[in-house]
Design a protein around this ligand. Structure first.
Ligand SMILES: Nc1ncnc2c1ncn2[C@@H]1O[C@H](COP(=O)(O)OP(=O)(O)O)[C@@H](O)[C@H]1O
Ligand SMILES: CC(C)(COP(=O)(O)O)[C@@H](O)C(=O)NCCC(=O)O
Length: 243
């Protein structure tokens, strides 16, 4: 069994896979990582190895503590990958994006795939049918949009994500919800349309904490898969080990 740890900028996702089958998944706060890993290793006694991807605030001490329980592969720019990385700054490429692209090449080999991850940021990652990762885009996620409206203005409140009632916001709150939600939806649909002009057979995956909220409202057809990043990490681990 494999332990999978995905440290994002908002939450940590933990998972346990038996070969390619997802057996367990949970979302936790970053400061609860160590105690939860201990519990998982106790519960799933056949965990033999693990992989950790971190783009959040995780220090080397946390990693060494987990390493005491499980042999960990720490995903970084040196890790052997199942695709050709054409990104011009591979050392600064987010390891979460590497995991998303790895899942795309495993689940949709020889296809043009756009992976959209709606988390703290909305990331777009494109891999072509020749197994070459070209890059994509980074924009603010839903919560980040609400936070920046509040942080960078004098009068706007901090709101929780909520479905706007109409495209025309008739109050401050409704205007903010319309701007954040319809803005993000139009951005995502616009991005997909632009990629489709160049790659008509495009497969689009939507994942991340806000994927379910957004997926029903997009006009383009997409595959929503909330486990995509975890599956990518599990694949990288298998790709780098003999088990
Ligand atoms: N209490 C919360 N704190 C932060 N984000 C939240 C909360 N509840 C829901 N969210 C949503 O979940 C998203 C985080 O999704 P996730 O994929 O876990 O992000 P990351 O991988 O960046 O940690 C946020 O952008 C936000 O829109
Ligand atoms: C863009 C990100 C902040 C997204 O993080 P997330 O929203 O998944 O927590 C992360 O992938 C990152 O730190 N990237 C480094 C820059 C790059 O990918 O080029």
């Amino acid at each position: 069994m494999n332990l999978i740890v995905d440290v994002g900028n908002s939450f940590v996702k933990l998972a346990v896979f038996s070969k390619t089958i997802l057996k367990h998944k949970q979302t936790i706060e970053c400061d609860a990582l160590f105690e939860n890993v201990k519990l998982l290793v106790k519960r799933f006694k056949s965990i033999k190895q693990g992989i950790i991807s971190s783009v959040g605030t995780l220090n080397n001490e946390d990693i060494s503590e987990i390493n005491e329980f499980v042999r960990l592969l720490i995903l970084n720019s040196e890790t052997r990958l199942p695709f050709k990385n054409e990104y011009k700054t591979p050392r600064t490429l987010g390891v979460d994006r590497i995991a998303l692209v790895s899942a795309a090449v495993r689940l949709y080999p020889n296809k043009d795939v756009l992976v959209i991850d709606a988390g703290t940021c909305i990331t777009y990652d494109f891999i072509n049918s020749r197994n070459e990762y070209l890059g994509g885009a980074i924009s603010p996620g839903l919560r980040t949009r609400y936070k920046s409206l509040n942080n960078l203005t004098a009068n706007l409140p901090l709101l929780e994500t909520e479905q706007p009632k109409d495209i025309i916001g008739v109050s401050t709150k409704e205007s903010m919800h319309a701007g954040v939600i319809f803005g993000a939806l139009n951005e995502i649909d616009g991005m997909i349309d632009s990629y489709k002009l160049k790659y008509p057979d495009l497969t689009v995956i939507l994942t991340g904490g806000d994927a379910n909220f957004l997926s029903k409202q997009l006009k383009n057809s997409i595959f929503a898969n909330s486990n995509f990043l975890l599956e990518g990490l599990n694949y990288i681990l298998q790709y780098n080990s003999n088990e």
